[in-house]
Design a protein around this ligand. Structure first.
Ligand code: IPD
Ligand code: CA
Length: 268
């Protein structure tokens, strides 16, 4: 199944990959050269490095060149020159896992998706330190470095490995802590990797059975959610009244959804 309106999703995927690669090279190079200036955003723990800013600028420059006229939503400059009025637009997280990047931990990524009407059509997530590049095109499957992906075959929540993540705001974290407390006794174990995009790619790769986090931004999940879905995951995205992102093996999605909702994941 292709996308509507005749979009060439494979061509869009190639563009997403090229952007993720070039931006990934830049952020890895900048990290090797030292961190440079670090500022804070929504709270003292929410940082933005010189590389976040430079990486988003590069992504915008490449997209302006390759996809002129298509708006870009990025974590650092938001809608930049303006939001879309119909048509395709790009959603970029220049560094997802900024706190890991800050500490020199290699588990961070560059996330690039192209959407129309809120639906991702093609996506790429690059992990520059290890050279991994996940990508997907709607209806065409997902792969990592050319190897096709398939989610795990988990069917029992109590034997499932689930990831989650936390906001930078303490009020939100209190609710996230309640979700963790409710989930932990009911699953195999919990992971907090520090990059939602990589968590979703890990579900696609079968490295995790599921992922659940509430309070994410569109740039955190736009690429990873398509990659997970194209690898066979059941995915639930934010909608009115809920800001929960869930992706899991089909065999556990109902049990996981019920569990996180019981834990207040939906109480926006
Ligand atoms: C964060 C990561 C993290 C998630 C946070 C996000 P950032 O994005 O994706 O895993 O738990 O909610 O804000 O700040 O590293 O781009
Ligand atoms: Ca992010």
């Amino acid at each position: 199944m292709g996308s509507k309106r005749g979009d060439d999703v494979e061509q869009l995927r190639a563009t997403a990959i090229a952007v993720a690669r070039q931006v990934g090279d830049l952020v890895a190079r900048m990290r090797s050269a030292g961190l440079g200036q670090v500022q804070t955003k929504t709270s003292a723990t929410d940082v933005v490095t010189a590389a976040d800013t430079a990486a988003e600028r590069l992504a915008r420059r490449l997209l302006a060149q390759w996809r002129p006229g298509e708006p870009v939503l990025g974590e650092e400059e938001q809608w930049g020159t303006g939001p879309p009025v119909g048509g395709l637009y790009w959603v970029v997280d220049p560094i997802d896992g900024t706190v890991n990047y800050l500490y020199g931990m290699p588990w961070y990524s560059v996330s690039v998706a192209v959407q129309r009407d809120g639906q991702s059509l093609a996506a790429a997530v690059g992990q520059p330190t290890d050279g991994r590049l996940w990508s997907a095109a709607r209806g065409c499957g997902a792969d990592c470095n050319g190897v096709a992906l398939r989610v795990s075959e988990a069917t029992q929540l109590e034997l499932s490995l689930i990831a989650t993540g936390f906001s930078y705001r303490s009020e939100r974290r209190a609710r996230q802590a309640a979700m963790v407390a409710g989930m932990l006794p009911r699953i195999r174990d919990l992971r907090r990797g520090g990059s939602a995009a990589l968590d979703l790619c890990s579900v696609a790769s079968g490295w995790l059975d599921g992922f659940a986090e509430h309070g994410l931004h569109q740039w955190d999940w736009a690429a990873g959610a398509l990659i997970a879905s194209e690898a066979g995951a059941a995915v639930r995205l934010p909608s009115s009244g809920s800001d929960l992102v869930l992706a899991a093996a089909p065999g556990i999605i109902d049990a996981l959804t019920e569990l996180v909702l019981q834990c207040g994941a939906d109480a926006v």
